[in-house]
Write a protein that binds this ligand. Structure first.
Ligand code: FE
Length: 231
């Protein structure tokens, strides 16, 4: 797991360098100048702040309501919600069947639709098929189930490479798939979001839903990680 995370970070760092980052705040020649990397912000971050600044000055957005939305998705909604859905799908065949048939209906029943009025599709990983989710256009993501997307999900390199060379991207994340495993890449949109049901790890028979949910990682529900055996 630790090696996996390092690989992912390296991938992001390389991607950021390729995409170009914006460094602000460093004063050349100053005795107190910090490393420019201390101030590095992604181009998305800089662009977003500029937009918020302009829209706020024009009175078109309200900072307090934006903060409330961010707080909701940063502190109340997160992968723990999706993890419970996955854990239940592992122990309840009927629930899993309904989730695969109409995930949005299940999310609605469980009051997990949040503020997103989007469709939701669940896809299941198996020994023969591995699903990977991306948004090639921007960063569409099942917020009500997984919270805010990770930085690498929004990265230009991930969005471009995952549809061209998904196996290569997964390898950079530390997951090497056998040649006979079919890889399916799902491109999210403003209308459709995807949830990957990872394979239930071996050695987890008899665990409760809570115990199983604790094993489910955010990245496994995007398809960027395969859960390790608990044996
Ligand atoms: Fe998007």
């Amino acid at each position: 797991m630790a090696d996996d995370k390092i690989s992912r970070r390296e991938f992001i760092n390389k991607s950021s360098a390729a995409a170009g980052t914006v460094a602000v705040g460093a004063v050349a020649g100053s005795a107190h100048a910090h490393d420019a990397a201390d101030y590095a912000q992604s181009d998305y971050s800089v662009r977003t702040k500029a937009l918020i600044s302009v829209l706020s000055k024009k009175g078109l957005v309200n900072q307090a309501s934006m903060d409330a939305v961010v707080d909701f998705y940063e502190n109340k909604v997160g992968p723990h919600i999706g993890a419970r859905v996955i854990a239940r799908s592992w122990v309840d065949a009927d629930y899993r069947e309904r989730l695969l048939a109409d995930a949005r209906a299940v999310a609605r029943e469980d009051d997990l639709t949040g503020v997103q009025g989007t469709d939701l599709i669940a896809v299941e990983n198996s020994s023969a098929v591995h699903n990977l989710v991306v948004c090639t256009l921007c960063s569409c993501y099942p917020w009500p189930l997984l919270g805010l997307p990770p930085a690498w999900y929004k990265d230009t390199a991930y969005r471009a490479q995952s549809v061209i060379d998904p196996r290569g991207v997964l390898q950079k994340f530390g997951l090497t798939l056998d040649d006979d495993v079919e890889v399916r890449v799902w491109d999210s949109t403003a209308e459709v979001r995807y949830l990957v049901i990872p394979e239930r790890p071996a050695g987890t028979d008899g665990l409760s839903i809570d115990e199983l949910a604790a094993l489910v990682t955010r990245d496994s529900m995007i398809g960027a990680e395969r859960l390790q055996s608990n044996a």
